[in-house]
Design a binder for this molecule. Structure first.
Ligand code: ZN
Ligand code: ZN
Ligand code: ZN
Length: 451
């Protein structure tokens, strides 16, 4: 029977295999790994996470939300409170609470909440769609392009460049980016106008210097690089608008949990991959700060007219700060690739009382709905699961450790630990998996009107 290898077994195997196959796609890489280790079972997701942490390509940030736990004296993600965050714009049912230095911030119910009640809906701060969110149905739909990803669908003008909602070829409303050449299409006038906060700096017509960065991020499937590019564009364009806009955007970014990529590499016993990190950094600087050609410089200077405050330039373009930005993205992206100001406050539990759904697939795919999975009492903390709660205690803890979260000490884990469960084969009747890849595929199919 196949066994799930430990990190100590898996990481060296992945390192070896990656060294010999640096550009292999994730599916083929997984097949190769399992061929070399026939006794193992290892999910694609786990391989992706390890590769990301090693800085070795195919990357993602799925199911990592923010957390601030700290235990066992080790370094865990840290975050700070955003005093300026106006929670009431989303809901009156929750409030932000600071639990103290070790646990950090979280959300608690400010009133009793019923089972299945919608707690809030939220549009993303930025969205850098997941590479492998499958869009094969588009090909079935008579489009000849090899569209497998939302990213590709956006570039092929069949998904909204702002909110990622699929735009079927039959849609009556087709709004294009007014600048050419740019493939961007928008699903509504609202999305077109909102896209002004990010798109100009990522538009191939308005800022061609961004193309190499975006192409490379796509090629190596490094989601955090893509997300940090969106966030950087949003910060830079807010600076153009004024001090208040800049402060509002920065307060959201600065409150996101972060960890050190170098510490993380050291924790799992590998050398930090500075080559990959430096490459990402130099593409980033060329895209938004120092383009390599005079023509690109000229175009960028039309979008960025104001000087940057020194501390902002440091945060966006300094190498160490760049890595911190990547870790913020990795930790806080929702499964679909969006970064959400309030959602990023939710802490983890293996017995979560809330769940995230993309309920408006046909209209606003990127909007999340936070639902109560069971009645929640006033004062109770709201939690979601960062990992699939159907997994065993051992596997849940392992996945969480991969994200630097330490051993989960939620009531369910403590109970299972006390009962001496190794966790193998534990069935939890309450375990409903969160949005995962197959859920996303189903949602996207629904979004396209396909079954
Ligand atoms: Zn849209
Ligand atoms: Zn454009
Ligand atoms: Zn737990």
């Amino acid at each position: 029977m196949p066994v799930s290898p430990s990190d100590e077994e898996l990481i060296p195997a992945i390192k070896d295999l990656r060294g010999a196959n640096p550009t292999l796609g994730i599916t083929k890489f997984q097949a190769l790994l399992l061929e070399t280790h026939k006794e193992w079972t290892v999910s694609e997701k786990r391989i992706r996470k390890i590769l990301q942490q090693l800085g070795l390509g195919p990357q993602n940030g799925s199911d990592a939300a923010s957390s601030k736990s700290k235990s066992n004296g080790k370094q865990y993600p840290s975050s700070k409170l955003n005093e300026a965050l106006d929670v009431k714009q989303w809901t009156s049912k929750v409030e932000v609470k600071h639990f103290g230095k070790l646990k950090g911030k979280g959300l608690v119910a400010s009133e009793d909440i019923a089972e299945d009640e919608t707690i809030w809906k939220e549009d993303p701060f930025i969205i850098a769609p997941e590479w492998y969110a499958c869009l094969r149905p588009l090909a079935d739909h008579g489009l000849t392009t090899d569209l497998r990803e939302i990213w590709d669908a956006q570039r092929a003008s069949v998904a909204c460049m702002h909110c990622t909602t699929p735009i079927p070829p039959s849609a009556t409303l087709q709004i294009s980016c007014p600048h050419t050449p740019c493939p961007a299409k928008f699903c509504s006038r609202l999305c077109l106008s909102r896209s002004a906060a990010v798109h100009p700096l990522l538009c191939p017509a308005q800022n061609p210097a961004s193309l190499p960065l975006l192409r490379w991020a796509r090629e190596v499937e490094w989601m955090a690089v893509h997300a940090w590019a969106h966030t950087t564009a949003k910060i830079l364009l807010a600076n153009e608008k004024g001090a208040d806009e800049l402060a509002a955007v920065r307060s959201i970014v600065d409150s996101l949990a972060t960890f050190s990529l170098s510490d993380r590499a050291r924790d799992i016993g590998v050398e930090p991959d500075h080559d990959a990190w430096k490459k990402a950094h130099s593409f980033h600087v060329a895209a938004f700060h120092e383009p390599s050609t005079a023509a690109e410089k000229k175009k960028l200077s039309k979008l960025i007219r104001k000087p940057l405050p020194a501390d902002l330039a440091q945060q966006l373009f300094d190498y160490d700060a760049y890595l911190e930005g990547l870790s913020r993205m990795s930790l806080n992206l929702e499964a679909h690739g969006g970064l959400y100001a309030l959602h990023s406050h939710l802490n983890h539990s293996c017995q979560p009382n809330a769940s995230i759904r993309h309920l408006q697939q046909r209209t606003t795919l990127a909007r999340i709905t936070v639902l109560a999975r069971r009645p929640i009492k006033k004062g109770e903390e709201l939690t979601i699961s960062y990992v699939n709660p159907a997994m065993s205690l051992k596997d849940r803890r392992r996945e969480l450790r991969e994200w630097n979260f330490g051993d989960c000490m939620c009531p369910r884990c403590l109970e299972e630990e006390a009962a001496g469960e190794t966790g193998e084969g534990v069935a939890d009747s309450d375990a409903r998996p969160e949005v995962d890849v197959s859920d996303l595929e189903r949602e996207l199919r629904q979004g396209l009107g396909l079954r």
